[in-house]
Design a protein around this ligand. Structure first.
Ligand code: BES
Ligand code: MN
Ligand code: ZN
Length: 511
C-alpha cells in the first residue's frame, strides 16, 4: 500500500472510499466529518442535515469504538462511499484507539474491494495527541489492519479483495501538513516492520528454521543499513554457548545466533540491547508436547520477530541511539542426538544447568544471549520471549505480557514505553523464593521448578545469568500469550500479532 499526504478537503477527494469518524454521543458532527455531512445534505447545504446526521438521528450510528457504517454518496461528492467509524467516548480516547479505528475502517474498505482510500487524520488535537502522533497512528492502523499473510496462497491471486493500493492521508489545515507528513512516514515504517515480524511468525516452520531466519536478518540488515553478524555452530562452540547448542543439537537444522547493530555515526553512549527468543519450532524435544495445538509452536520465535522488526524500524527511522539486537535461534526437536532430561549443560557464563525438561528450552537460549550482552555495558537490556504457558494461565491469551525486572527505574521506563505503544504489559515479581525452586542436587541450577509459579521460576532462571559481575538494568517480557491473534479486531488480524515491535522502538526513541 502506497501512502501519501495531501492538503485537501476530504469531501473533495477522489477515492473509492473516504474515511471519517465520530465520537460516541455526538449529535452534530463537526470538523471534517461535519463538512462531509453537509456535502451529503440536501442541495442547500444546511449544516446538520446530511446523511451522517440522519444516521445519528435514526439511532443507527452511536459512535461506539470500532463501529462502522458505509454511506453511498449518490454523486454528491467525488468518492462513491463514506466509511464512518466510531471513536468511542471522547474521555477514553488514545493513540491506540486511533490505530484501532483506522484499522477497522481500512479493513472494511478492503472487504469492499476499494483500491484507493482517503482518510482524515484521526484525533489530531484531541486527547493530547499532536498532528504527528495522530498521523503516525492513523497510517499504522491502515497498514496493520489490512495485513494478510499470503505467501502460500496460490489460487486466489491479485484480484482478491484486500489489496488496497493507495492510502491518501488528507489534511485541510496547511499548518499541520509538515507534522502529518512526518507522522505518515514514521507510521508506514513502523507498520511495515510489524508486518515483517508477523510474516516471520506466520511462515511455516519448514520454511523458517534458524539458518533461514538468519538469512532474512542478513538481507534486511543490508537493505536498511544495520551491521549483521551470524554465529553458526562453529562460532557458537568457540563462544561456549552451551545453552544454544544443547537446544539445537536435536535438529537437522542447526542453531544460530544473529546480532544486529544500529550504530549511527557520531552517536556515543552505552547501547540498548534487545534479546528475542527464536525457537523456530518447539516440539518440546524429548519432553515432547501433546500434538494438539503443537502447530502453534511455529510462533515460538515471536520474541525474535519483535527484535527483527524493531531493529528494521530503528534503522529506517535513523534513531540517534545505539541499539544491539541479539537473536538466538534453534529448533527444539526430539532425536537421537537431542539433549535429554538429566543432562547437565555448561552455559557460556560457566553455570552448569541440570536439564529437568527439554521443553524449558527458551531459557537455555536466552541465558547465553543475556550473558553475551554483558560485554556491551548496556544502559538497559530487555528480552522478549514466548517463555511459559504459566504466563498465559496468569494473564490470559491476547490480554497482556508479563514483565519482570531487576531495576525499578528500568521497569518504569519499559512500562511507559509499552503504554505509549499500546502494548499491554503487567509487572510480576522476581521473588528470591523462585530462585530456591530451581536449586539442583547435581549441578548449579536446574532448568525448571515444580508445577507452581512457573512464570516466576523461568524469570529467576534468566536472572541467574544477569546477576553479579557486569549486571545491567534488565527487563524480561514473557509474551507467550501474545503470539497469535484469534480474531480480526481493530488493527489486529488473525495470525501473528507482531507484539513487542512498537515497545522496543518506543524505548529507543525515549530512553
Ligand atoms: N514455548 C513454550 C511456552 C509457550 C506455551 C508459549 C504456550 C506459548 C504458548 C515453552 O518453551 C515451554 O514449553 N514452556 C514450558 C515450561 C515448562 C517445561 C517448565 C511450559 O510452559 O509448559
Ligand atoms: Mn518449550
Ligand atoms: Zn518454547
Amino acid at each position: 500500500m502506497n501512502v501519501s499526504v495531501h492538503n485537501k478537503q476530504i469531501q473533495a477527494t477522489a477515492a473509492d472510499a473516504i474515511v471519517v469518524n465520530l465520537f460516541e454521543g455526538v449529535t452534530r458532527p463537526g470538523g471534517a466529518t461535519g463538512a462531509v455531512d453537509t456535502a451529503l445534505g440536501s442541495a442547500d447545504g444546511i449544516p446538520g442535515s446530511g446523511m451522517i446526521s440522519r444516521l445519528i438521528q435514526l439511532g443507527d450510528f452511536k459512535g461506539r469504538l470500532n463501529e462502522v457504517a458505509v454511506i453511498y454518496t449518490q454523486g454528491l461528492i467525488p468518492a462513491p462511499r463514506v466509511i464512518l467509524v466510531g471513536l468511542g467516548k471522547s474521555n477514553e480516547f488514545s493513540r491506540d484507539r486511533v490505530r484501532q479505528v483506522s484499522g477497522t475502517a481500512f479493513r472494511k474498505a478492503a472487504e469492499l474491494g476499494c483500491r484507493t482510500v482517503a482518510t482524515i487524520v484521526h484525533g489530531a488535537g484531541v486527547g493530547g495527541l499532536d498532528a504527528r502522533q495522530a498521523a503516525e497512528a492513523t497510517v499504522e492502523g491502515a497498514l496493520l489492519g489490512t495485513y494478510s499473510y499470503r505467501e502460500y496462497k496460490t489460487r486466489d491471486g491479485e484480484s482478491t479483495p484486500g489489496a488496497i493500493e493507495t492510502c491518501l492521508v488528507v489534511e485541510y489545515d496547511a499548518s499541520k501538513l509538515a507534522e502529518v507528513e512526518a507522522g505518515a512516514r514514521s507510521g508506514a515504517i513502523l507498520a511495515r516492520a510489524i508486518n515483517a515480524a508477523r510474516t516471520l511468525i506466520n511462515r511455516p516452520p519448514n520454511a523458517l528454521y534458524p539458518a533461514a531466519f538468519a538469512d532474512e536478518a542478513q538481507a534486511m540488515a543490508a537493505r536498511v543499513g544495520l551491521r549483521c553478524t551470524v554465529f553458526a555452530e562453529k562460532e557458537l562452540a568457540e563462544h561456549r554457548m552451551g545453552g544454544i547448542l544443547a537446544v539445537g543439537q536435536g535438529s537437522q537444522r542447526p542453531p544460530r545466533l544473529v546480532m544486529l547493530e544500529h550504530a549511527p555515526e557520531g552517536v556515543e553512549g552505552a547501547p540498548l540491547v534487545f534479546v528475542g527468543k527464536g525457537v523456530t519450532f518447539d516440539t518440546g524435544g524429548v519432553s515432547i508436547k501433546p500434538s494438539d495445538g503443537m502447530s502453534s509452536m511455529k510462533g515460538d520465535m515471536s520474541g525474535a520477530a519483535a527484535v527483527f522488526g524493531a531493529m528494521q524500524a530503528i534503522a529506517e527511522l535513523k534513531l540517534p541511539r545505539r541499539v544491539i539486537g541479539l537473536i538466538p535461534l534453534a529448533e527444539n526437536m526430539p532425536d537421537g542426538a537431542a539433549y535429554r532430561p538429566g543432562d547437565v549443560i555448561s552455559m557460556m557464563s560457566g553455570l552448569k544447568v541440570e536439564i529437568i525438561s527439554t521443553d524449558a528450552e527458551g531459557r537455555m537460549l536466552l541465558a547465553d544471549a543475556l550473558h553475551y550482552a554483558k560485554q556491551f555495558n548496556p544502559s538497559g537490556v530487555i528480552d522478549l520471549a514466548t517463555l511459559t504457558g504459566a504466563c498465559v494461565v496468569a494473564l490470559g491469551e491476547g490480554v497482556a505480557a508479563g514483565l519482570f525486572a531487576n531495576n525499578e527505574a528500568w521497569a518504569e521506563t519499559v512500562l511507559r514505553a509499552a503504554d505509549a505503544a499500546g502494548e499491554r504489559m503487567w509487572r510480576l515479581p522476581l521473588y528470591r523464593e523462585y530462585g530456591e525452586k530451581i536449586r539442583s542436587d547435581s549441578a548449579d541450577i536446574k532448568n525448571t521448578g515444580d508445577r507452581n509459579g512457573g512464570v516466576g521460576t523461568s524469570a529467576y532462571f534468566l536472572y541467574r545469568f544477569v546477576e553479579g559481575e557486569g549486571e545491567y538494568p534488565w527487563a524480561h517480557v514473557d509474551m507467550a500469550g501474545m503470539m497469535f491473534s484469534k480474531e480480526n479486531k481493530g488493527y489486529q488480524v488473525k495470525g501473528g500479532m507482531g507484539y513487542g515491535v512498537r515497545t522496543l522502538v518506543e524505548l529507543a526513541r525515549q530512553s
